[in-house]
Design a protein around this ligand. Structure first.
Ligand code: FES
Ligand code: FES
Length: 160
């Protein structure tokens, strides 16, 4: 089936079988391998991308369901090879080790902090509870998210 969508700001058209997941479509058809596949059952969060502003598990969404949608993957968050404030905060706080979970953590937090730049630690922990990390532990990730909030607040004009 022909699927037309916008990925990281660019219009794309891909041929996807009806049962192909959005994750496989992004990775195999578009070469966007920053979207990782862990469990492929909606449990680990590694495959999280942003679809029309919402964090979505791309292993649970079919590519055809994304027809007409705006999709942002981890590759689409930074411009000109510069780290985003959230990515820089991850680096500063050593919030990753193997990095397998990191794209899903970053996309999940980006969606959250874009919508809720004043999110408190408890809210961040709650949202991140759906993203599993096997090596870093969550404290540095939470610290990075808390630090990055300032940039999202500035972007939203002081938060809501
Ligand atoms: S690979 Fe999609 S939630 Fe684990
Ligand atoms: S950094 Fe290795 S799984 Fe999270």
């Amino acid at each position: 089936m022909r699927v037309t969508l916008e990925v990281n700001g660019r219009p794309v058209e891909v041929e996807a079988p009806p049962r192909m997941t959005l994750a496989d479509c992004l990775r195999q058809r578009l070469g966007l391998t920053g979207t990782h596949l862990g469990c492929e059952h909606g449990v680990c969060g590694a495959c999280t991308v942003i679809v029309n502003g919402d964090a979505v598990r791309s292993c649970l969404m079919l590519a055809v369901q994304a027809d007409g949608a705006k999709v942002v993957t981890v590759e689409g968050l930074s411009r000109d090879d510069e780290l985003t404030p959230l990515q820089a905060a991850f680096r500063k706080h050593h919030a990753l080790q193997c990095g397998f979970c990191t794209p899903g953590m970053i996309t999940t937090l980006h969606a959250l902090l874009t919508d809720e730049p004043l999110a408190e630690e408890e809210r961040i922990r709650d949202v991140l509870s759906g993203n599993l990390c096997r090596c870093t532990g969550y404290i540095p990730i939470i610290e990075a998210a808390l630090e990055a909030r300032t940039a999202y607040q500035a972007r939203s004009g002081g938060g809501r």
